[in-house]
Design a protein. Structure first.
Length: 337
């Protein structure tokens, strides 16, 4: 329900295509009638130039205060340089659940129509945290930490979500045939949690097979429960099932704070050209509106977005159209009435 008090939201436009898609999304959010007070911050290389810090202290304070952030992608240097801003924020605010719904939009032809998957990715443990060091030149060690606590709470998140939203099936995706201890623990925790939800079918698939199964027949799955790195990779695969990275939203959720961001990265190959698809961030913003209990606005934006897709006239080029980022946003605004 909309209130007269504005929602204070920390806004991180990010870099690459981040500022373009963020601008489009903010315009749409502001047209919903919901009031926002944005606290805008740079992060990553851009922040370092301004503040001498990759994540300014004020940004931490802002998220701590507001409890909600909307974030564009931030570039992470490959093979060196500073630590991922995303990983750092997720750790700092203990945003243990990465929630990524994967669903077809109307009007888009894909290999499989009617895909409706939920990815629940553990967001604070595993290889993805980047605990690495050089033992001696030529030998590095990368440490994968999996804990009972971390695995149990993400499994519980997945089962609670499934119960609340009438999802029928959860598969844990693993490599416990090889990672017997770490992935073995992840599975044991998931099995233990599953016992408390007898109405939800529980299964387990090995990750490599899962990738093949998803491409061949995604309908055999409903909700996928994955460790951090596996969730990262399988999310992009699933994005490909429904039309690409320009579409798929995400939420990083903790007990206190939430950061909403698309699955995609900063897409340097198309940055600054007004051609990026803002749909993924817009659908992340819809998740944020639900989180803020702004149901009417969430439904309004989603309906307008789907109308623009169904009409097929003003789509961006990643999904076969010719429209630019801002033109697409204009079409959504028009559809909102
Ligand atoms: P990417 O997701 O940025 O791009 C992969 C491909 O998808 C590119 O061809 C790109 O043009 C396309 N694409 C992505 N988003 C799109 C959109 N909204 N509209 C149209 N096309 C889109 O992945 P990449 O290139 O591997 O990573 C680039 C940078 O982004 C890296 O520094 C990476 O670390 C960072 N990254 C940041 C994330 C975040 O801040 N949450 C998440 C993933 C990557």
């Amino acid at each position: 329900m909309s209130t007269s008090t504005p929602h204070k939201v920390t806004l991180i436009p990010g870099d690459g295509i981040g500022p373009e898609v963020t601008q489009a999304v903010v315009r749409i959010l502001e047209a919903t009638g919901v009031k926002f007070e944005w606290e805008r911050f740079a992060a990553g290389a851009e922040a370092f130039e301004i503040y001498g810090e990759y994540i300014p202290a004020d940004l931490y304070d802002s998220i701590e205060r507001n409890k909600v952030a909307l974030k564009g992608p931030v570039t992470t240097p490959v093979g060196g340089g500073f630590k991922s801003i995303n990983v750092t924020l997720r750790k700092k605010f203990d945003l243990f659940a990465n929630f990524r719904p994967i669903k077809n939009l109307p009007g888009l032809e894909t290999k499989w129509p009617g895909v409706d998957l939920i990815i629940v990715r553990e967001n604070t443990e595993g290889e993805y945290v980047g605990l690495e060091h050089e033992v001696v030149p030529g030998v590095v060690e990368s440490i994968k930490v999996i804990t009972d606590k971390g695995s149990t709470r993400i499994a519980k998140f997945a089962f609670d979500y499934a119960r609340k939203h009438g999802r029928k099936k959860i598969h844990s995706i693993h490599k416990a045939n090889i990672m017997k201890l770490s992935d073995g623990l992840f599975l044991r925790c998931a099995r233990r949690v599953a016992e408390g939800y007898p109405e939800i079918l529980y299964g387990e698939h090995i990750i490599d097979n899962t990738c093949m199964q998803l491409v061949m027949n995604p309908f055999q799955y409903d909700t996928l429960l994955l460790e951090n790195l596996y969730g990262d990779i399988v999310s992009d695969l699933c994005a490909g099932l429904v039309g690409g990275l320009g579409l798929v939203p995400g939420a990083n959720l903790g007990h206190e704070c939430a950061i909403f961001e698309a699955v995609h990265g900063s897409a340097p190959d198309i940055a600054g050209q007004d051609i990026a698809n803002p749909t993924a961030l817009l659908q992340s913003a819809v998740l944020m509106l639900h989180h803020l209990n702004e149901e009417a606005a969430a439904n309004k934006v989603q309906k307008a977005l789907e109308a623009v897709y169904a009409e097929r006239k003003t789509l961006t080029r990643d999904v076969g159209g010719k429209a630019g980022t801002s033109q697409f946003a204009d079409a959504v605004l028009t559809a909102m009435g």
